[in-house]
Design a protein. Structure first.
Length: 609
């Protein structure tokens, strides 16, 4: 590792080499949190100044004349850039600053301490590796300090560095330092940090910020703030095991290209990998990975890419592409920890939207389980609403299934924001803990009631064969016979007006009809076996019966009125294991329809009358 002097020399001699090597340095993101006036902005300003991370114009702007006529740096002014912040002497918005040392690059999020701006603090902390919390040595651990620590823990930040600031006003007392450490640990033992470290500092005078000061704090043997940040182990913020990519947009620049663009939020994807679309569960394989700079063989989080698939699948913005080997959870009922961020309380009787990934979903609040008491982390279950900055566990129901991972496993697919759809303002942030019981029972009851009313299960009967084999004729007669017996059927037939409609498009439509409890008869030849098998797999093998209309080609050719046999017999791959095979040169369509109905009754798909 180079020293700072060696880095400075390299900058002077070969700036291009320095920039290239700097690009390869490990990046650490950290967030500063704490109560108002604890000195967060001053500490960050001091850290930037002492590591030469401040531009000359920023330094000039932060320099002021004291009452004694001396020139002094107001370090807080380096980060508090908004006019309102300087007028009030507080931080309002999240201030992002960047600096580097010979060992690492850093991104700092300096967040507000004022209770009114807790929502801004949660935003700044959402991607951090380290939370750096400041505590005023005179005041000790305050409620806002506890709230910020708890939110940092909820957000999954692995490491917490507690800087006990303004030690100069406590005479650098070891006893006071230990008292605050003990008080904080008694509260934080229930939090989910991998490590909690403490350092006594004076941000104003630079004590233990960049280098240790053994003169003022001879009793302290740990690292300085910068030494901690340079050496703390960084856990990867991205889950690299499970591939997830919310679809941002479907790209169709021309008729020959269909791509699904988005940012990979976790995992790795390679050309040829199996891929699934959630919440539908439809599967395909990756045909190509495209970027602005060209095609790739492999891509990983957090890259932004466009995927091409080998099959035409119904995919739209808001869907999630994932590995079928490690699929996300699917549910319409989720339990989550929520930080309420709006002055108008959460009202369980109102409806809200959530934004999860790239999907907007309408929700209803089912139950407020409990609110966290931040003084002792106990749970208050007697609640009817959530107020600004309350942290609670809630159960909510989405109007469409959600594909998610628990937040502790995947920050991106486990997080959401709550939106008031009347004002379109963000009112809360949530971290999904799990699905909760009740959905399967409820949906099973609805399915049972539907079956009892219709006297049938939702099912697809796929008729396939050569052109003019009689699929459409059989479909019409089968529909009529089923209807006459009291069933509720419908037909999807080949339509020459829509020649580009693929087998998979038909399958998606048929599956949705079957979801509604209909007996869906597909008279679509689907001559290619692989395409037909994929379509049937997307419907679900258990709820699809394949009937091969095996009329000989010589008979079909004689019946054909559209010259489809002018160049010989059209290509057709027979299904290997059809549910039934019927030759309409030997059976009448009515007899074939009767055989199909008998199979439906024997399989308990329709009830025998």
């Amino acid at each position: 590792m180079r020293t700072q002097a060696e880095e400075d020399a390299l900058i002077q001699s070969d700036i291009h080499t320095f920039l290239e090597q700097n690009q390869q340095k490990e990046l650490l993101r950290f967030v500063t949190v704490g109560s108002v006036d604890d000195g967060k902005s001053t500490l960050i300003g001091r850290l930037l100044h002492d590591t030469k991370g401040v531009y000359d114009d920023q330094l000039k702007d932060a320099t002021r004349t004291t009452e004694t006529g001396e020139q002094a740096i107001d370090f807080a002014r380096i980060t508090d850039g908004l006019r309102a912040e300087r007028e009030q002497g507080i931080t309002i918005d999240v201030a992002y600053r960047y600096f580097s040392t010979p060992s690492r690059k850093f991104i700092i999020a300096d967040t507000p301490g004022h209770v009114q701006y807790t929502r801004n603090m949660a935003t700044g902390a959402s991607t951090a590796h380290v939370a750096l919390i400041l505590i005023d040595a005179r005041l000790g651990v305050l409620t806002q300090s506890r709230r910020h620590s708890f939110i940092a823990s909820l957000l999954g930040i692995p490491n917490l560095l507690v800087c006990i600031n303004k030690m100069d006003l406590a005479d650098y007392s070891e006893e006071r330092f230990n008292e605050i450490v003990e008080d904080f640990l008694s509260f934080a033992k229930a939090l989910n940090f991998q490590s909690i470290s403490f350092v006594p500092v004076s941000a104003l005078f630079g004590i233990n910020i960049v280098t240790k000061n053994t003169q003022k704090t001879p009793w302290y043997s740990g690292p300085s703030v910068l030494e901690f940040l340079e050496t703390v182990e960084i856990s990867n913020a991205h889950n690299m095991e499970e591939f997830r990519m919310p679809v941002q947009v479907v790209l169709r620049p021309n008729l020959d290209y269909r791509g699904y663009a988005g940012q990979i939020v976790s995992g790795v994807i390679r050309k040829g990998d199996d891929i699934a679309v959630y919440p539908s569960g439809k599967q395909s394989t990756v045909a190509g990975i495209d970027t602005y700079d060209g095609e790739l063989e492999v891509a990983y989080a957090p890259m932004s890419i466009t995927l091409r698939l080998n099959d035409e699948i119904d995919i739209s913005r808001g869907d999630t592409l994932a590995s079928p080997k490690s699929p996300p959870q699917l549910s319409r009922r989720i339990e989550a920890m929520v930080v309420w961020m709006n002055e108008n309380p959460l009202d369980p009787e109102r409806s809200y939207w959530i934004k999860h990934g790239t999907r907007y979903v309408h929700i209803n609040i089912e139950q407020l389980c409990y609110k966290v008491n931040l003084d002792d982390l106990t749970h208050d279950t007697d609640i009817t609403e959530l107020k600004l900055n309350d942290i609670a566990r809630i159960q909510l129901q989405t109007h469409r299934p959600l594909a998610f991972d628990p937040y502790q496993d995947n920050r991106s697919t486990g997080a959401f924001i709550i939106i008031d759809y009347m004002s379109n303002t963000t009112v809360g942030a949530g971290m999904i803990q799990s699905a909760y019981a009740g959905e399967d029972i409820e949906e099973a009851n609805i399915a049972t009631l539907r079956e009892a009313r219709l006297q049938q299960q939702g099912h697809v009967i796929w008729l396939t064969g050569l052109p003019a084999a009689g699929c459409s004729t059989l479909a019409g007669i089968l529909e009529r016979q089923l209807f006459e017996q009291g069933q509720l059927p419908t037909v999807i037939d080949s339509d020459p007006r829509y020649p580009l409609l693929s087998s998979n498009d038909v399958a998606l439509l048929a599956a949705r009809m079957a979801d509604s409890g209909l007996l869906t008869i597909c008279a679509v030849p689907a001559p290619d076996s692989s395409g037909r098998e994929l379509a049937i797999r997307n419907i679900g093998n258990a709820r699809c019966s394949v009937v091969h209309v095996s009329t000989p080609s010589s008979i079909c050719q004689g019946r054909d009125t559209q010259d489809r046999y002018a160049s010989g017999t059209p290509a057709f791959e027979k299904p290997e294991n059809p549910t039934l095979s019927v030759d309409l040169s030997q059976l009448s369509p009515e007899e074939a329809a009767t055989q199909i109905i008998q199979i439906l009754k024997s399989e308990k798909i329709i009830w025998a009358s």
